[in-house]
Ligand binder design. Structure first.
Ligand code: ADP
Length: 447
């Protein structure tokens, strides 16, 4: 097992990894940018090293500085968290050359699954369903138009290297496909330094259902059931829950088994999420695979009682998963609301600044993952997520009741946050019924 690990991330997830490592008896080294110099979680690490200025490309994305810090701190492994370098195969490769264990998959597995086209091809080979779309990259507008005729509109143009909900465009007809295609390539080039795009059928009333999985270096892969992450704005998740409402045991089994097949086919070691879209008839098709721990992993932890970050560390050190699939039991229902420092009344404008009040809910069935406290200043340079409120109940109704009262206890001042929107959502009749589609929230916001 590792003795000392470096956490190449910040904020909530850095704290999450510090906590898991400490419980495993592993020392932690945190890196930070000058913007995070006063962040309280840094005091919980055994060592903290400044690696550069606020701009992410000069600090949290700067591989040379991170590796230099790793050398100085004498660590045996790096946990990349989520975002930043977590899905960068070059970073995983540099770690390998420096004989530092990367707490995540091999650069090869990451490279293959992180490429959306290669990933879909692997799915087809392994009898994992996919929705209609191009079999590979689409080179030019003419090819796109020809393909769209066979697939049928609406279609979605996506960047092969896409992520974070960026680089996607929907086209309802040939004219919008022609204009959208070129722009999608430009956007993909700017965002991901790779202009390759592909197209697939755009599903109008789909749900986003994903499966949490972990593989080890001994060829095992097990799942921790599914999450429903359909409550999204601009392809960004706002509420996640597990299990997915309205999905029966046999459908669940099909989804989870398909996800495990993907991991085995990629000889995958580490935590991953296999994402699917599900249509109204509950047909599912692969969307993509995220090769890291995700923001919403706590809902799966709450329904299974398993610490996924500890498991990640364990399998990265070469241990087999200490659980069999039959040991993973689904208990009750869990939900997560992402608390973002954004103003829902002003088009979700970011709200950086100093917090004068930060009253966190507690009590039975409540978990809050956050790096914030009263007096903390939210820097303007990074993601706006400042807390995750997770609740658990014996069923969905009980979980929602806990969520409603926990949201009412959560007070943050003076900035605007997504809390008032969440309070509304958990009382919305459609949401309460369960099984909303990925367009539900945007339609509601337009009303
Ligand atoms: P990213 O890697 O940027 O997160 P994904 O492929 O995971 O991109 O898609 C993110 C979201 O975009 C999905 O959760 C869904 O809301 C929407 N989306 C992507 N593909 C489709 C599709 N074919 N039909 C409908 N919505 C889609």
């Amino acid at each position: 097992m590792f003795q000392r690990i470096l956490i190449a991330n910040r904020g909530e997830v850095a704290l999450r990894v510090i906590r898991a490592a400490r419980e495993l008896g592993i020392e932690t080294v945190c890196i930070y940018s000058t913007a995070d110099r006063d962040a309280p979680y840094l005091a919980l690490a055994d060592e903290a090293i400044c690696i550069g200025p606020a701009t992410a490309s000069d600090s949290y994305l700067n591989i040379a500085s991170i590796i230099a810090a790793a050398e100085i701190a004498n660590i045996d492994a790096i946990h990349p968290g989520y975002g930043f370098l977590a899905e960068n195969p070059d970073f995983a490769d540099v770690c390998r050359s420096c004989e530092i264990a990367f707490i995540g998959p091999s650069p090869e597995a990451m490279g293959m699954l992180g490429n959306k086209v290669a990933c879909k091809q692997l799915a087809k080979k392994n009898k994992v369903p996919v929705f209609p779309g191009s079999d590979g990259p689409v080179e030019n507008e003419e090819e796109a138009v020809k393909l769209a005729k066979t697939i049928g509109y609406p279609i979605i143009i996506k960047a092969v290297a896409g992520g974070g909900g960026r680089g996607m465009r929907v086209a309802n007809n040939e004219a919008s496909l022609r204009t959208g295609f070129h722009n999608a390539q430009l956007e993909a080039e700017a965002a991901f330094k790779n202009n390759t795009v592909f197209i697939e059928k755009f599903l109008e009333r789909a749900r986003h259902i994903e499966v949490q999985v972990i593989g080890d270096s001994h060829g095992n892969a097990i799942h921790f059931f599914e999450r429903d992450c359909s409550t999204q704005r601009r392809h960004q998740k706002l509420i996640e829950e597990a299990p997915a409402p309205g999905i029966d045991a046999s459908k669940r089994d099909q989804l989870c088994k398909a996800a495990c097949r993907m991991l085995k086919a990629a000889s995958y070691c580490g935590a991953a999420t296999v994402e699917f879209l599900m249509d109204r008839k509950q047909n599912f098709g692969l969307l993509e695979v995220n090769t890291r721990i995700q923001v919403e992993h706590p809902v799966s932890e709450m329904i299974t009682g398993v610490d996924l970050v500890k498991l990640q560390i364990l399998v990265a050190s070469g241990e087999p998963i200490p659980l069999k699939q039959r040991d993973v039991k689904l208990r009750g229902h869990a939900m997560e609301c992402r608390i973002n420092a954004e103003d829902p009344d002003r088009d979700f404008a970011p709200q950086p600044g100093r917090l004068t009040r930060f009253d966190v809910p507690g009590g039975r069935g409540v978990r809050v993952d956050t790096h914030c406290v009263a007096g903390y200043s939210i820097p303007p340079n990074y993601d706006s997520m400042i807390a995750k409120l997770i609740t658990h109940g014996e069923d969905r109704e009980a979980c929602l009741a806990v969520m409603r009262r926990a949201l009412d206890e959560f007070h943050i001042e003076p900035i605007a946050t997504t809390i008032p929107l969440h309070r509304q959502l958990v009382r919305n009749s459609k949401f309460v019924k369960g099984g909303v589609s990925i367009h539900f929230l945007e339609r509601l916001l337009k009303q």
